[in-house]
Design a protein around this ligand. Structure first.
Ligand SMILES: C[S@@+](CC[C@H](N)C(=O)[O-])C[C@H]1O[C@@H](n2cnc3c(N)ncnc32)[C@H](O)[C@@H]1O
Length: 577
């Protein structure tokens, strides 16, 4: 859309800015002389990251939680704007609302603790959505932005002006007819086009009404079509469904990423000079034309760089997508590609039946989730372990430091798999002895995941079944992504076995992805709960639901820390019965 000086349309109107934000006031009053107010403009800004909405922080801790969640990540800033036109006819107030929103992507650098606290102590985060102000000190946190800068400041002026153009200069029906009927390239609005109607544009969409009357006289046959067309102005067209289209095709993006990982494209390019599509194709034994398309979409997704010289890894790809990195996500990606993807083809059955779908995939009955499905062969067992390992490594350090656990001299990570979390606990608490307790087949392979580290002497492995065998004794029990695998009866069974092993004062650290209490906004956790339906007997829960479970089994003083990544932490203490 071509912009014109449309802001002047507000000049002689009574405009109320329905916002307390001094930044919005400044943006709008720079653009327009605010006089006494017949248009009300309301706006609000929120920040979203990983499905969570961040509003204004309530205190410094809250600001810390928000900003550390944004650190090193891309987030979205949404500003919603409503323009209410008020007029009075025969003493009746008539209002017409026009609304829109604008999204902008902002990426933060990795923020050190010192920088975070220095910024928080400046006081700037407190009255700002997401806890930062990009236009002032908060600008130093920002690595890159994509979209309208003023949107982050609090008011998307450019989109606002476009909205005013739609209101005050709606396209004439004959323009629409030209565009719609002949299926031609849309005409471009010019200042001359707009000036044709300048005089009649003092109230929004006046032109429309006049043209409708003319059309209504055009004869009965064309009347319905004419009316429909009359109403199909830019203003009344529904908003373009960008987000919906992204959702519709989202699975293709996931699969493209999975395929590039499976073909080891990112391994081939790791820390290497750019390579041409044909060379990559011949090295990984694929067609050149297929590989080129795969590489192009990976570049468009920001996973590869594409230059004249060819394709090379981005930093993200080197760090997370090559299979050998310390923080590689290759393990979880292969799990999603080889198992979750296939299970999700039965999502409709899972929803109808309320059960997991391994039996459909394997063509046989699944009695024991782990032995019959995840661990049905040495390959699938190793694949599962790699998947768990890669996810826990991402967040183990945050989990280990979410609470001060230094009062515990021993811990048992029940279902501790490869020992990734145990290692982090041992590193953080040098006095702590940590036992990893898991099924015998897992314990046998766990050592492969333990590079020689000074903490090795603090870590022990014990094989057993947590539903049957005695649990190793410890002052702190850890259940990381265990409860979400099981139905309620088994959850109670396991919690009561842990509770029996605890002396008063012992701790229980639950590590799970937490739902919000209303099960409405924590998108990643809600999605994982759906995943749990398709592939386990369990589900995700909210902090309140975990608190009830814990208290039922004698664990009190429940503390919750949202870690803002893929896992959250809950610590509770066993009290005497
Ligand atoms: C979802 S994984 C979580 C692994 C690890 N805690 C993590 O977060 O990465 C569940 C773990 O529980 C273990 N497990 C399942 N059933 C078990 C049982 N009956 N006794 C002991 N461990 C079991 C599995 O082998 C697996 O390591």
């Amino acid at each position: 859309m071509v912009l014109c000086p449309v802001i002047g349309k507000l000049l002689h109107k009574r405009v109320v800015l329905a916002s307390a934000s001094p930044r919005r006031q400044e943006i709008l009053s720079n653009a327009k002389d605010l006089r006494t107010p017949d248009v009300v403009i309301g706006a609000d800004t929120i920040v979203t990251v990983g499905g969570l909405i961040l509003e204004k922080p309530v205190d410094k801790q809250d600001a810390y939680r928000m900003l550390s969640r944004l650190s090193g990540r891309e987030h979205s800033v949404f500003t919603g704007v409503a323009i209410v036109h008020c007029s009075s006819k025969e003493h009746q107030l008539d209002t017409r609302v026009s609304e829109f929103y604008e999204e902008m992507k902002v990426k933060f650098s990795e923020l050190s603790e010192e920088l975070l606290w220095e910024y928080i102590h400046s006081g700037e985060p407190m009255d700002k959505a997401g806890g930062y102000g990009i236009q002032a000190l908060g600008g130093m946190l920002v690595e890159s932005v994509h979209g309208d800068f003023l949107n982050v400041v609090g008011f998307p002026l450019n989109h606002f002006c476009k909205q005013l153009v739609k209101l005050y200069y709606p396209p004439r029906p004959e323009d629409l007819r030209r565009r719609v009927k002949h299926n031609s390239i849309p005409t471009v609005d010019t200042f001359e086009d707009l000036s044709d109607v300048e005089g009649s544009g003092s109230e929004p969409a006046q032109r429309d009404t006049g043209s409708c009357d003319e059309k209504a006289q055009a004869g009965e046959a064309g009347q319905a079509a004419a009316e429909a067309e009359c109403h199909r102005t830019q203003e009344t067209l529904p908003p373009f469904p960008t987000r919906l289209l992204e959702l519709i095709d989202g699975f293709m993006l996931s699969k493209a990423l999975f395929t590039a990982c499976k073909l080891k494209v990112f391994d081939l390019l790791k820390d290497e000079a750019p390579q041409k599509a044909a060379d990559i194709a011949s090295k990984v034994d694929t067609s050149a034309c297929g590989m080129e398309r795969l590489l192009n979409i990976c570049a468009a997704m920001g996973l590869l760089e594409k230059t004249e010289q060819g394709y090379s890894n981005t930093e993200t790809a080197n760090l997370y997508l090559a299979s050998d990195g310390e923080y590689s996500l290759h393990g979880i990606i292969m799990h999603k590609n080889d198992l979750t993807w296939n299970l999700f083809t039965y999502l409709e059955f899972a929803i109808r039946e309320g059960t997991h779908q391994h039996h459909r995939l394997l063509g046989k009955k699944v009695e024991d989730l782990f032995q019959d499905a995840y661990y049905q062969s040495p390959e699938t067992r190793l694949r599962f372990m790699r998947a768990m390992h890669s996810m826990v490594k991402l967040t183990a350090c945050q989990v280990a430091t979410a609470f001060d656990l230094s009062r515990f001299s021993s811990a048992c990570d029940v279902g501790g798999c490869t020992g990734a979390l145990a290692r982090e606990l041992a590193r953080e608490y040098p006095r702590m002895q940590v036992t990893v307790f898991d099924l015998p087949d897992i314990i046998e392979l766990a050592a492969h995941f333990q590079p020689a580290r000074p903490q090795a002497a603090q870590i022990h492995f014990a094989a057993g079944d947590f539903f049957r065998d005695p649990l190793p004794s410890a002052e702190l029990y850890v259940l990381c992504r265990i409860l979400h695998d099981w139905p309620d009866d088994k959850v109670h069974k396991l919690l009561s076995r842990v509770a029996e092993s605890c002396k008063p004062g012992a701790g229980l650290l639950l590590v799970e992805m937490l739902l919000d209490e209303e099960k409405r906004v924590a998108q990643r956790a809600l999605m994982q709960s759906l995943d749990m339906l398709v592939q386990t007997e369990g589900r995700e829960r909210s902090p309140g639901e975990y608190q009830c479970l814990l208290e039922l089994h004698g664990f009190h003083q429940v503390q919750v820390v949202h870690l803002g990544g893929v896992l959250d932490a809950i610590l509770a203490t066993k009290v005497a019965p």
